[in-house]
Design a protein around this ligand. Sequence first.
Ligand SMILES: [Ca+2]
Ligand SMILES: [Ca+2]
Length: 413
Amino acid sequence: MLHSLSKIARTALAAAALIAMQTPAQAEPHMQHSPLVIGHRGASGYRPEHTLESYALAIEQGADFIEPDLVLTKDKHMIARHEPMIGATTDVASHPEFAGRKTKRMVDGVEYDDWFASNFTLAEIKTLRAVQARAGRDTQYDGLFRIPTLDEVIALAKSQSRQTGRGIGIYPEIKHSTYHATLKNAQGRLAFGGHYFEDRLLKTLHKAYGNSSCAPVFIQSFEVGNLQYLSKKTHIRLVQLVDADDVNADGSLSLVPPYRQPYDFVVNGDARTFGDLVTEQGLAFVAGYADAIGPWKPYLVKTVADGVDRDGDGNITVNDRRVDGSTGVIETAHDKGLLVHTWTFRNDAGGYGFADPREEMTYYFDLGVDGLFTDFADTGVAARDASVNAGEAGHLKQCGRRHKSFHKGRYKD
Ligand SMILES: [Ca+2]
Ligand SMILES: [Ca+2]
């Protein structure tokens, strides 16, 4: 009897532990099948990018995910910045105590004369304030907001999830993996070393969310080798970003360095370009290690500059381009079991083929993208709500067993 009771108790404990393990995933209401609105650098159309205030506004506007880009400080903390260079997005230039830190350095084959995050401790970074980096946007918040760590972004997403009753996901990007892995300090030794960044990120994410494909997290990168490395170490969903330099008049992509290839391909002598990653063969390759592909939007929708002033404003701009429809990348990616998340949608720039940013985003949602990045989350939410795909059960369950069995690549076992 005692033995039997203790067995029951053990079973109950095991069941309770299982429920406890499953609870975080089950409690994430953002795992609906409606396509996702991802707050690009927060609500960066309205606030200085990559600040807690920018992320909080994106959440308030209805974003499902907030997007911290990550770089490393001298003392190996992950902070939210779009580049290792911090001159354009902070007030560092107005700090005389840091004037001597300005230096020239190569990042992915391009030389920059700037201040670099890895030459600053986190305590020093915290003395800086963010500024609006894009011309034409509101500068009234310049100098007010601090630079957040990833831990602070996670804490915000979790507290806002509780307050709003919506699960707010995070979408961290590992910036310049190869650069960070090979960066040397003043003593000539590796500042961080190979895969320090990836290992540190996983440690933080697994602690915060667990090692699960149902974690409200996507990890993204423009490089390939780091995602392949991560795919062997985590179930958290991975996103292969696909860049280009520009879009040609005929709608084809312009592939000019440093936007021609993933930088680890450049270093390793792999001749494949970003464009090669979205062919049928390329997408099958990506499906072997990633859950989603994140191509720049002209890879998904072909637009042609044919000289017609479609919006009738007297100027020929990218907004006037003729929209020729899907390139087929969305459909092929879905066939390979990949989600498709695309970027970047801005009310104030780059509306290839569209003068109205809401109409542009609705068009992509209607075509079947599973999510998109926008600087203007409020417009993104309105665009999704206007889409035929809003709130419908998607063709892909976004996590869990069905998700795994669906995959022809990464989860085919
Ligand atoms: Ca990013
Ligand atoms: Ca026009």
